[in-house]
Design a protein around this ligand. Structure first.
Ligand code: UD1
Ligand code: CA
Length: 457
């Protein structure tokens, strides 16, 4: 049997945050969600999350993840005290316990798997994931012999100056033989610089404790403050970009591009500089996104171009030209071969295929048919100050420049609306509509000096 426990009860004092530290977001997911995802790779029989500080917030953030057991730790008296809380829920459990800290989001699944494998092969009491860090400040230092048998782990604050020179650190990731750990846990003391019950003291009471160095030392980074959070961001972004470039995505100046790891990209997507892809975004093949675009929770079809634009919660078909400077939001759906932008905003818009709105428009709560041409400056007046109303436009209709469609309104197929019209009533198919003041021309009104003729003054 294999159980995993994740330490997520601490306050995160160094983060200086209202949010529990483990809920800090990192490229679309929280720190602890990332740790849980890596943990699930070892297919544990039980997953226990130790919660304390703002435990309701942590529990509700993790509620969508199935089969988690939350174990309260109140008050929080240190990492050893946290693991002592498992004595009751894991009573009678036989097998190994993997312990992870909720603040090590860079850990890879295969690294945890390797730790468990080595632990089992060596029949150890405990196996510690260690790393040799260029700057080990703040971490517990691991002292071991040539066979990687650990003699002691000493917390940074309890080290002498010369002990601090040791660059081998504990990553806070361990695999324990649970039955041996259960006997050792009650022996912990808080006789140290922080007056806490350290989990690392438990190694003094266990038989064989071995160290396994992580291949990539960055995986063991613990995120305690905003600088480390920013660094983790960079590490994850680099990993994500490299993954997509290997999968056939072109990136121009990749270091200026950010991509959540919930995003999916097809081969032959091109991403131009300063582009940011967030949430459940999906981009299909042959499409170029950017420069300077922000796409979140949206799908963009194949062979599109999206430049200098913002797309949120929406779907764009194939072969579309979006932007420069379009904003598409509110669950809009754009068909194939459409052109949206320059300076066009779509909100809750359903746009048929081969329809163009190419300049300076606000189109909200609207359904446009296919082959519609929306003239420059067209506005849907969808709001009367109290409620929003729908505009429906049929196929092949042409809306003249600077028209206002006052909703609720329904315009048929093949309608031609004269430029500058304010259309307030429904229009049947095949009509010409002109809804504007008639032009008034008064010839010979001024004299050559620009004075009004026949002026009584
Ligand atoms: C800990 C380790 C250190 C290791 C480092 C790796 C101890 C004593 N120290 O130090 O050896 O090098 O991680 O990152 O274990 N937590 C609780 N309950 C508590 C205290 C903490 O659940 O009472 C949780 C925190 O939410 C956090 C994790 O335990 O997720 C680690 O705590 P933190 O204070 O960050 O420990 P470090 O000082 O970084
Ligand atoms: Ca830490």
């Amino acid at each position: 049997m294999l159980a995993v426990a994740i330490l997520a009860a601490g306050k995160g004092t160094r983060m200086k945050t209202d949010l529990p530290k483990v809920l800090q977001q990192l490229c679309g997911r929280s720190l602890v969600e990332r740790v849980l995802e890596a943990a699930s790779s070892v297919s544990p029989d039980r997953q226990l999350v130790i919660v304390g500080h703002k435990k309701e917030a942590v529990e509700s953030a993790l509620a969508p993840i199935p089969n988690l057991e939350f174990v309260p730790q109140i008050p929080q008296l240190g990492t050893g005290h946290a693991i002592q809380q498992l004595l009751e829920p894991l009573q009678g459990f036989t097998g190994n316990l993997v312990v992870l800290t909720g603040d090590t989001p860079l850990l890879r699944a295969e690294t945890i798997q390797n730790l468990v494998n080595v632990h089992q092969q060596r029949h150890a009491s405990a196996t510690v994931l260690t790393a040799q860090l260029p700057d080990p400040t703040g971490y517990g230092r691991v002292f071991c012999n040539q066979d990687f048998v650990i003699e002691r782990i000493i917390e940074h604050k309890d080290c002498t100056e010369s002990q601090r020179l040791n660059q081998r650190v504990s990553s806070g990731v361990y695999c324990f033989n649970w039955q041996e750990l259960a006997i050792a846990l009650p022996k912990l003391t808080n006789n140290n610089a922080q007056k806490e019950y350290y989990l690392t003291e438990v190694f003094d009471y266990l038989q064989t404790v071995i160290a396994v160095d992580a291949n990539d030392y960055e995986e063991s980074f613990g995120i305690n403050d905003r600088l480390q959070l920013a660094h983790a961001h960079q590490v994850i972004q680099t990993r994500t970009r490299e993954k997509w470039m290997r999968a056939g995505v072109t990136m121009i100046l990749p270091e200026t591009i950010t991509i959540d790891d919930t995003v999916e990209l097809a081969a032959d997507v091109i991403i131009e500089p300063q582009t940011h892809l967030r949430g459940k975004t999906k981009i299909l093949g042959g499409t170029t996104i950017g420069p300077n675009s922000f796409i979140t929770d949206s799908t963009v079809g194949s062979n599109c171009q999206v430049a200098y634009s913002v797309v949120e919660d929406s779907e764009i078909g194939a072969d579309c030209k979006i932007g420069p400077f379009a904003r598409i939001r509110g669950a809009s759906v754009v068909g194939d071969r459409c052109r949206i932008g320059n300076f066009v905003e779509l909100k809750k818009a359903n746009v048929g295929s081969q329809t163009n709105a190419a300049h300076l428009s606000y189109l909200g709560d609207v359904t446009l048919g296919t082959h519609v041409n929306v003239g420059a400056g067209t506005i849907t007046a969808n709001y009367d100050g109290f409620q929003k109303y729908q505009t429906i436009v049929g196929d092949r209709t042409k809306i003249g420049s600077n028209s206002v469609l006052v909703a609720p309104i329904r315009i048929g197929d093949n309608v031609n609306i004269g430029a500058g019209s304010v259309v307030t009533r429904d229009v049947g198919s095949d009509s010409l509509v002109i809804a504007r003041a008639t032009q008034v021309v008064k010839p010979d009104y001024y004299d050559p000096q620009g004075r009004k003729k026949n002026d009584p003054q």
